[in-house]
Design a protein around this ligand. Structure first.
Ligand code: GAF
Length: 388
């Protein structure tokens, strides 16, 4: 992408030349949904849609942030201001403020402020992790410009802390890890309990990944996301009466089946069953990918959506329409919702030469069923957050 407009806009707003440019991607997840906070595995990767920033240092202790396309005026705050609070009017700036505060807790080396112009082409609220994209963008601006020694996994953890403590969402580590650590044309097989990870090539032959956005806005913090986290914790406590485990990700399907009598509540049983089976599906899917068994990979991905629909109950009509109509199309290997759910996006893996017809047909079914249009994007898999 031609990034000249970033420099030009920065110069116009701040009357200074930009010293550096940064890019922070969004993410998709091939499989492993709602497993991260259950100590399970995920298999995400970063995409070419994301957030850009132009940076310039300031002599004083102020941080001034302005966005080109997120409808925000210039927001200014002070370095070291520990009174920084989540302000509902500030929308995406809250991720910025939270991350800045937590990075500052790690260091005393931030002695002057900076100006930042931010522009994104990642649809906000589309389940593609625009929030982690901003958190990791800020993390990189701070660590690279002030030469801070914070390792990349720690930076992802500070992003998660921003979500958990500053925003109030009990999310896991997947999004920040994917956004920060991704490698071009690979997906990350991450064990969220140990944070051990491996890069696997995303070799899909003549298939491509299509992102299908419902265009239904979802606000994770306002949604049932935190309820799901709590329900899984309750189910885990019940299993812990007989099993020595820390998380649902610690057991396989057979063990779950044998001890499921301990979970004497239908909702908790369904939530736990999804978490256990989805984790095992993710492990199997990475094996299928390594064996180049795309048919099996596709079936596991479809099964993930079914489980997110029936057991985890986070899909909704929009995501079900996208996945369900995708499954019917010629050349479609598989489809499922990604991210937290309740809106947001789904992915489909589709034969490259049938992608156009696929988008047209699924788009029409969606429009006819839901009453407004879905959006489609090609998922190009790129490196994690970096300086340009
Ligand atoms: C959201 C959360 F932020 C992630 O941590 C993860 O739980 C995901 O939903 C569901 O897999 O994106």
């Amino acid at each position: 992408m031609n990034t000249d407009f970033l420099k030009n806009n920065f110069e116009q707003i701040f009357n200074q030349q930009a010293a550096d440019l940064f890019f922070s991607p969004g993410r998709i997840n091939i499989i492993g949904e709602h497993t991260d906070y259950n100590g399970g595995h995920v298999f995400p990767c970063a995409i070419s849609l994301g957030t850009y920033a132009a940076y310039g240092p300031r002599a004083d202790k102020k941080i001034a942030v302005c966005s080109g396309n997120m409808d925000d005026d210039l927001v200014i705050f002070e370095i070291g201001d520990r009174e920084l609070e989540n302000d509902p009017d500030h929308k995406w700036i809250n991720y910025f403020k939270g991350m800045t505060a937590y990075v500052q807790d790690e260091t005393s080396e931030i002695d002057h402020g900076f100006n930042l112009y931010v522009w994104g082409n990642l649809p906000y609220g589309a389940g593609l992790s625009s929030s982690a994209s901003i958190e990791m963008l800020v993390g990189h601006v701070l660590t690279e410009e002030y030469e801070l020694e914070i390792d990349p996994v720690k930076l992802a953890q500070l992003g998660q802390k921003t979500e958990n403590e500053f925003i109030g969402l009990s999310s896991g580590i997947m999004d920040q890890f994917a956004v920060n650590m991704s490698k071009k044309d690979h997906a990350i097989f991450l064990d969220c309990a140990t944070l051990q990870y491996d890069y696997l090539p995303l070799d899909l032959g003549d298939y491509e990944i299509i992102i299908m956005s419902t265009n239904k806005k979802h606000t994770l913090a306002d949604s049932a996301y935190n309820d799901r986290v709590r329900e899984c914790q309750e189910a885990t406590s019940k299993l812990q009466e007989k099993l020595s485990i820390d998380h649902l990700g610690d057991i396989d399907e057979e063990t779950f089946d044998e001890y499921s009598y301990l979970i004497n509540d239908e909702t908790l049983l369904k939530r736990a069953r999804h978490a256990v089976f989805e984790n095992q599906r993710t492990i199997k899917a990475t094996k299928a990918m390594a064996d180049k068994d795309l048919d099996r990979l596709g079936r596991l991905i479809n099964a993930s959506h079914v489980s997110l629909h029936f057991d985890y109950e986070v899909t909704g009509k929009e995501l079900d329409t996208l996945a369900g109509s995708a499954w019917q199309q010629e050349g479609c290997l598989c489809a499922r919702m990604i991210g937290g759910g309740f809106g947001g996006s789904a992915i489909a893996i589709v034969k490259e030469d049938q992608a156009e017809a696929f988008k047209e047909k699924v788009g029409k079914i969606y429009q006819d069923t839901i009453g407004y249009a879905a959006s489609f994007y090609e998922a190009k898999i790129v490196d994690g957050t970096h300086k340009l």
